[in-house]
Design a protein around this ligand. Structure first.
Ligand code: SF4
Length: 490
């Protein structure tokens, strides 16, 4: 096989795995193609977290099988990992099943496929798969940096520990070297990811009374990691995604205060605002405690700022809510709505509970009907949209540094192409104003709103400034939905 197409599913952790697989397949001499019809091998990198994600990945397989009968199909990622044994016999549509315990074994999968075999390869979940990533699947200038794999938190609804195993952390120097390497390649934004960044370096620590106290011991390994990242010279951003609220390492705040490159942005999945539901999720926090954490982050990180680097508005908070958890009463749902309105997160994702075998919640009584779970999630989304719009309004008139992701409209009536040739610009593309999409410090990739950047196409300086992967300074002029309308300040 000489060519492969990648069909990516799931979370940012799975995306990093896919980027590693791309480099390994290229190392084996294979070429990545942009259309599945041009590929001898179709890699479906699956997600196996919840029912809807599993269905999405299986549908992708069935569609590919039907559309490309002559191509080989490799089923990789978390769904393949979770059900490898079953798929070995029950999923003939896949020509290979490849778990994600050790991504280097992809070489064996390809050799076996080229020999006409049907490899089923699943290896123990050990270490954190890392390696070369020639191609990043984010927009230019941004990368995910996986610092841990697996999880010991065992939230009762979650299948991740079943799929990815126990917590494993990457060594500090390996993470620092990866960031330095990507910085040299022009990456500006580094999004630190794991199942729970707060557990970084706490390998082997189990949840429970002893474990929970160990989790809060200082200095936290995450603080030490951030100090080492802070020692890297250069102009860049660092964003922290997924910090478990029960053991948020407060000792990282002074490090963040001392280095404006570490953004005042925190993704903290609270999941519920009702203490009984939080408890039955196998979490030890309380709604009051979670609310105090948000207040602390916003007060601690609210000192006066210079132009578009430091926020005057305090920390930006993203969170997640899980609606319809077994036993969640109408009153509990109301408590979560009140909690949302109290903490006013900038962004949140609201999901409905998915019955997942091998999790503690799987056998819990008092299931909540799907329709009610959907209603509760919809109610939270409604509340969140209003909160997001109100918080975004406070950015109007302010100036921010924005990382340009892509250019939407770039041609004035007499445009020329890169080789200096006259460019036939279709009528509907003619405009005096260029449009680009970018993100400010309070907007994470893939999940939050963005900045629409307007610039003058007749102004060569402005046109030259708008480059995907580079940053510009903008002024916010309006809010449109969950996005900000901004003008370029070149
Ligand atoms: S912290 Fe909880 S929800 Fe997140 S991956 Fe770990 S067990 Fe799952």
């Amino acid at each position: 096989m000489k060519t492969f197409f990648l069909d990516e599913h799931g979370c940012s952790k799975n995306q990093v795995d896919a980027e590693i697989l791309i480099s390994r397949l290229q190392k084996l001499g294979m070429k990545k193609v942009l259309q599945p019809e041009d590929a001898e091998l179709i890699v479906i990198n699956t997600c196996g977290f919840i029912e809807s994600a599993k269905k999405e990945s299986l549908d992708a397989l069935m569609d590919a099988r039907a559309a490309y009968p002559n191509s080989k199909i490799l089923f990789s990622g978390c769904l393949a990992e979770r059900y490898a044994e079953m798929f070995a016999t029950d999923l003939p549509e896949a020509d290979a099943i490849f778990g994600n315990g050790d991504l280097t074994k992809i070489d064996d999968v390809i050799h076996a496929l080229n020999n006409g075999e049907r490899p089923i390869i699943k290896t123990p979940q050990e270490g954190v798969c890392c390696g070369e990533r020639n191609e990043l699947l984010n927009f230019p200038g941004s990368a995910y940096i996986k610092i841990t794999e697996g999880c010991n938190n065992c939230c009762s609804f979650c299948a991740i520990p079943v799929i990815r195993g126990e917590l494993r952390s990457r060594p500090v120097n390996e993470i620092v070297d990866e960031i330095k390497g990507l910085l040299k390649r022009g990456v500006f934004e580094f999004n630190l990811i794991g199942q729970d960044l707060a557990a970084y370096g706490r390998d082997g620590v189990k949840r429970g009374a002893t474990g929970d106290s160990i989790f809060l011991e200082e200095p936290s390994p995450l603080k030490l990691l951030l100090k080492n990242i802070s020692a890297i010279e250069g102009d860049f951003w660092v964003r922290l995604l997924y910090i478990h609220p029960d053991h948020f390492p407060k000792d990282i705040l002074p490090v963040i205060k001392a280095d404006h490159r570490i953004l005042h942005y925190f993704d903290i999945p609270f999941q519920s605002g009702d203490n009984d539901v939080i408890r039955s999720m196998n979490r030890v926090g309380t709604a009051k405690g979670y609310s105090n954490l948000v207040k602390l982050l916003r007060s601690e990180l609210a000192e006066p700022t210079s132009l578009c680097v430091r926020p005057k508005l305090g920390a930006a908070i993203r969170t997640t809510f899980l609606c319809g958890f077994p036993g969640e009463t109408e009153e509990a749902a109301k408590n979560t709505q009140a909690f949302l309105q109290e903490i006013e997160p900038d962004w949140s994702g609201c999901f409905t509970y998915s019955l997942e075998e091998d999790t503690v919640a799987y056998t819990m009584p008092n299931p909540v009907p799907e329709a009610i779970a959907n209603e509760r999630a919809e109610k939270l989304r409604e509340l969140q949209t209003k909160i997001t719009t109100d918080r975004l309004k406070r950015h109007i008139g302010k100036e921010y540094r924005v990382l340009i992701e892509e250019i939407i409209l770039a041609h004035s009536k007499d445009a020329i192409d890169d080789d200096g040739n006259e460019l036939k610009v279709p009528d509907d593309k003619q405009s005096e104003e260029g449009l680009a999409i970018g993100r400010a410090w309070f907007q994470a990739p893939d999940v939050d709103g963005a900045c629409v950047v307007r610039y003058a196409l007749e102004n060569p300086k402005e046109v030259a400034a708008i480059v995907p992967g580079k940053t510009v300074t903008v002024r916010v002029v309006a809010v449109s939905g969950v996005d900000l309308d901004t003008i370029l300040l070149a």
